[in-house]
Design a protein around this ligand. Structure first.
Ligand code: ATP
Ligand code: MG
Length: 228
């Protein structure tokens, strides 16, 4: 569960990127975050995994109030939230398997368990055959699939994606959407910022519209068409 109450964010340069955001996202929901460039979508998302802190207001993620979160507890929060970016952010010197295994950061798990978890998520995203390849040997869509595998290997309750199809061609974007929907079908909450109107209008889910640091619309599945 994700809750924001009167969340306000002013960057050091004076820009107000969140101007009183109120939202509740239930476990298992699939939510698109749309709105014009500069509206505050990425800021909204970054506050959920504490990449940015809010200036005021309350943010609760899976029962954890981020205002009370000490910096030393941030890694714990990050293990409960998978994050996927537009530009993949893979480690270039590590192969596919190692990029995913790295995200586990496990001390307590046996090598056997780690191997199983990594192989399971690579199979889920269709990359079992490419586990020894390096990021620069993969297509953009394959790189994004690695980054999705990495985001879910800790079995997080929530996966947050900021324009995950922004660098991909249309066919590849649909494949990536299918993977997110599969992950959602297993019960994981998905929050996805996107500019892709066709995806929003075709693969129907809840849509949150952010404009000027405010949520100006919040429509349940099927009630929203992304125009303009
Ligand atoms: N680190 C930062 N420091 C100062 N201002 C910032 C910072 N990050 C974002 N902003 C400003 O906050 C506002 C919201 O930015 P944000 O990145 O959240 O928008 P966005 O909706 O994600 O846009 P886009 O669709 O282009 O990705 C913009 O005016 C932006 O310039
Ligand atoms: Mg953005």
């Amino acid at each position: 569960m994700i809750v924001m109450k009167n969340v306000y964010k002013k960057y050091p340069n004076g820009v107000v990127a969140a101007n009183g955001i109120n939202i509740e996202i239930d476990p298992g929901e699939f939510v698109y975050v749309v709105g014009p460039s500069g509206a505050g979508k990425s800021t909204f998302i970054k506050m959920m995994y504490r990449e940015e802190t809010s200036t005021s207001g309350e943010i609760v993620i899976n029962g954890v109030n981020l205002a009370n979160l000490r910096n030393s507890q941030v890694p714990f929060l990050r293990r409960q939230i998978g994050v996927v970016f537009q530009d993949f952010k893979l480690l270039p010197k590590l192969n596919v398997y190692e990029n995913v295994a790295f995200a586990l950061e496990v001390i307590e798990e046996s090598p056997k368990t780690i191997r199983k978890k990594v192989n399971d998520v690579l199979a889920l995203v269709g990359l079992a055959q490419k586990s020894r390849m390096f990021p620069d040997e993969l297509s953009g869509g394959e790189q994004q699939r690695v980054s999705i595998a990495r985001s879910i290997v800790n079995s997080p309750k929530v996966v947050i994606a900021d324009e995950p199809t922004g660098n991909l061609d249309p066919d590849t974007s649909w494949e990536i959407m299918r993977i997110f929907e599969q992950i959602n079908a297993r019960g994981t909450t998905i929050v996805m910022a996107t500019h892709n109107r066709e995806i929003v209008n075709t693969r129907r889910h809840r849509v949150i519209v952010v404009e000027g640091g405010l949520i100006t619309r919040d429509e349940y599945e099927g009630e929203y068409s992304y125009e303009s």
